[in-house]
Design a protein around this ligand. Structure first.
Ligand code: PGA
Ligand code: ZN
Length: 426
């Protein structure tokens, strides 16, 4: 048995140039491994809390308090733990924190520690993480959702919708899905350049959304798929993250770009119109986190055909997923480890979803690093889908490239899952 002998907490920097927490764990087996906390910008209100120092330094985003908690409270508690006892380690983190949402020690502190322990356990078993997680079960490589235009909170709210993504539904391998997406990403860049001049990229690497309406972005996305030589809807389909909690509250939705304010029902009609007009196979947070009635209605109208993903609404929480399944809201869940704050709670949300027939998508955050753990979680837990942002910037490409390595190893016996992973019949 490998025991935790050393825990090191340090500040590193994320893809937005902001401080974040890294934890490194050393074990009696000689294995060392680390985990790094990512950070969201359009967060659900029930997520685990990122502990930030406030004050003037680095826009108040420093994480010295979180590091202190790891050094003074978490480390003494974890020393001597069996590093493979993930549930025990995570239970200790939850108990130490003592708050309902990791507000005291910080979800950034607990997830970095939890992921470091998981990686150290896999290293102690001399296994790649995905394999350690999969055990003897046959698992598949996920199908990727890849952003072409960024928007919402990731692009200064230039457009209201947050993620305009593609899913290479015609791909037969992960490698091929990336090849197809690379062509669409390049074609979209060319189109943007010829329309209005390129204006760089948004937080997750998608092209800056220089559009005069939200719908125009959808039109250009379809054009980009065609310009890349693919049939929209047949070979490459569209996935959206509306992130409606960013512009909807108490049943009122304010689209700044389109200069319209609508009730839940009218907004739903707009979305259903888009589903009719465009080859959309997946739609995330179509209504705000506080609009459960709207989500139920939307799922009733569109959930047979289209994947409806809960992110802000479900916040990687098993009880919330079970409740959503009971009331008929959504048919898929986004799985973000730092929304839960520990690996064990993340896994519980994923298992609850799989047990209820929900599709599952392991996801990065808009603030990311070189950490590729989520690719292994998506594969080892057989999540079926992976969302990492766009096809540019190395905090994103590190994840796509890691998935290529897993595929190339030939050891993922289930192969590439393809479009079968999506909820909905489209
Ligand atoms: P975030 O957004 O990482 O900025 O919170 C990502 C998402 O909404 O899926
Ligand atoms: Zn989202």
């Amino acid at each position: 048995m490998a025991r935790i002998e050393k825990v090191i907490a340090r500040r590193v920097w994320d893809s937005r140039g902001r401080p974040t927490v890294e934890v490194e764990i050393g074990t009696s087996s000689g294995a060392w491994a680390r985990g790094i906390a990512p950070a969201g910008a359009s967060r659900g209100s029930a997520e685990a809390i990122d502990l930030r120092d406030g004050g003037g330094r680095f826009g108040g985003m420093d994480i010295q308090q979180a590091l202190r908690g790891i050094r003074e409270e978490i480390t003494p508690r974890l020393l001597g733990f069996d590093v493979s006892d993930q549930e025990g380690i995570d239970a200790a983190l939850i108990e130490l924190d003592g708050s309902p949402n990791k507000a005291r020690l910080g979800g950034n502190a607990t997830i970095a520690t939890s992921l470091a322990a998981l990686q150290a356990a896999a290293a102690s078993h001399q296994m790649p993480l995905w394999r350690y997680l999969a055990g003897d079960t046959s698992v598949c490589l996920p199908i990727p959702q890849i952003q072409i235009f960024g928007g919402g909170a990731h692009a200064g709210r230039r457009v209201d919708i947050q993620d305009f993504m593609v899913i290479a539904t015609g791909a037969k391998s992960f490698q091929q899905a990336l090849e197809m997406t690379a062509e669409v990403y390049a074609a979209a860049g060319k189109l943007m350049g010829s329309r209005s001049g390129l204006m760089g990229v948004a937080d997750e690497g998608g092209w800056w959304p220089n559009f005069s309406s939200n719908e125009e972005a959808l039109d250009v996305l379809v054009q980009a798929i065609e310009a890349a030589g693919y049939a929209p809807g047949k070979e490459i389909a569209i996935a959206l993250d509306i992130a409606a909690s960013e512009f909807g509250r108490e049943g009122s939705y304010r689209l700044a770009l389109d200069d319209r304010t609508m009730g839940s029902q009218s907004w739903t009609e707009v979305l259903l119109g888009w589903l009719d007009k465009y080859p959309i196979v997946s739609i995330e947070d179509p209504l705000a986190e506080d609009d459960e009635a709207g989500l139920i209605e939307f799922t009733r109208s569109a959930g047979k055909n289209v994947q409806i993903v809960g992110d802000d609404y479900l916040v990687t929480n098993a009880a919330r997923v079970e409740h959503a399944a009971d009331v008929g809201a959504c048919n898929a869940v986004l799985i973000k480890p730092n929304q839960a704050g520990t690996v064990t709670e993340t896994r519980a949300a994923l298992l609850a979803a799989q047990a209820r027939g929900f599709a599952t998508i392991v996801s990065a955050r808009s603030g990311e690093t070189e950490d590729t753990a989520i690719v292994h979680l998506a594969t080892g837990w057989n999540a079926g889908q992976l969302k990492v942002g766009s096809f540019a910037r190395s905090e994103r490409m590190a994840k796509w490239n890691e998935a290529i390595r897993l595929e190339d190893s030939g050891l993922v016996s289930g192969g590439f899952i393809g479009r079968a992973a999506l909820a909905g019949s489209r």
